[in-house]
Ligand binder design. Structure first.
Ligand code: ZN
Length: 139
């Protein structure tokens, strides 16, 4: 009986997607931060962070129980694209950092693509693989 009513209530709703999960995780992190700030006797900051956590919980619930599936799907796709771009940026920075002794990295002045050049080759002309732009650099 209750199970049927719950099933009926939940059918056709968005449910937990990645963006809702992000909001829920952010809410937990913010609540922990709020506890830390209130322990440090910073009640105003703790209150503001608590409000942010509440906003995250509300946003998460709105997403989970929303029936506008298309809108939710679009927002989730936007969130995933942003997350992918950010993680790609961090992965490339990590790779650049680990190769910094053997290579120098240059950004194309025209298209901003990043290129890797072996160190110690002196002044060289670099040709961008993406747009064909040539520029001088010291490796
Ligand atoms: Zn280029």
């Amino acid at each position: 009986m209750f199970k049927d009513r719950l099933q009926k209530f939940l059918s056709g709703r968005n449910g937990m997607d990645e963006l809702a999960r992000f909001y829920s995780t952010a809410a937990v992190v913010l609540l922990i931060a709020s506890l830390i700030f209130s322990a440090l006797r910073l009640p105003v900051l703790a209150f503001v962070i608590e409000l942010l956590a509440l906003v995250c919980i509300v946003m998460s619930c709105i997403r989970i129980f929303s029936r506008s599936l298309e809108k939710c799907r679009r927002r989730n796709a936007g969130y995933l694209a942003l997350r992918h771009r950010l993680s790609g940026w961090f992965v490339s920075r990590k790779a650049m950092f680990s190769q910094r002794r053997e290579y120098r990295f240059f950004k194309c002045p025209k298209c901003r693509a990043v290129m890797r050049v072996p160190r110690g080759k002196g002044n060289i002309m670099i040709k961008c693989r993406c747009c064909g732009e040539e520029f001088k650099a010291k490796s």
